[in-house]
Design a protein around this ligand. Sequence first.
Ligand code: NAD
Length: 299
Amino acid sequence: MTTRIDGKDVAASVIETVKAGAAALKSSSNVVPGIAVVIVGEDPASQVYVSSKGKKAKECGFHSVQHTLAETTSEADLLALVEALNIDPAIHGILVQLPLPGHIDDGRVIQAINPAKDVDGFHVINTGKLTTGDVDSAFVPCTPAGSMLLIERARGKDLSGLNAVVIGRSNIVGKPMASLLLMANATVTVGHSRTADLPALCRNADILVAAVGRPEMVKGDWVKPGATVIDVGINRIPAPERGEGKSRLVGDVAYEECAQVAGAITPVPGGVGPMTIAMLMANTLVSAYRHAGQTPPSF
Ligand code: NAD
């Protein structure tokens, strides 16, 4: 029987640990975890993400600030804000919402964030630590970190002897996902847009992670019977059956047909999505503990 992996449930338990950890840090050291979210421009999807991050931070008992900058903000002004946040002792996590407007170099801004406050885990110091296995002092990007917790629920922490296939090689999902799976002893292959026979590669996977951005690309006959399937994709497609102009969210995996074959599978929505924001809160809490010289809770 296929297990539907409920990301909302797992995310809720992460948030409970974060809340308890924040309360404990406040009473032991009088430190309140602080997160600053910076958004440049008016992209509606980004606005939604940013406001839900702020709400979740408040729910966790964090100090949360949002900096909303005009689309025309110069790179120099944005870098000056990042620098001010880098040295602000009340802020333990800095998140610059991507994408940035075209006249600003995303890379330059991300690399200007103090790596010890880079709760998105995108700074090269953090990606370097992850690939060399030093996760205890790194920040791991939230989406792969959350996906990994879901995989642990299905297969345990030690993936020795299992084949894992990650589809997608982006810096924010595919590559860090592959590093985490490798650290858990899986045998890892990364498939991407230039892979010769992706369905055949996927059929070999005990753990299949799709992070592509192509609606329902992974079909039922790509899935090895009993495999754990983690669908990172979030794609909005037209849903005329719901009324004119309506749309709905689907993943990179054709859920219904893959669920017939998989041992465990994440839905979209309600799978990886809620984990991403929960892990952002977890990373911010960990940062506050590190800044206070205390051992953070583990997730
Ligand atoms: P990206 O566009 O940066 O990378 C996509 C990757 O897919 C690339 O490496 C590319 O080589 C590969 N690819 C593209 N077409 C392919 C094809 N036909 N066959 C095989 N591989 C192909 O995207 P990303 O930022 O890694 O995000 C991937 C998906 O995950 C998107 O749908 C995004 O919305 C979603 N996402 C979800 C969350 C979450 O919280 N659940 C977070 C980040 C991203």
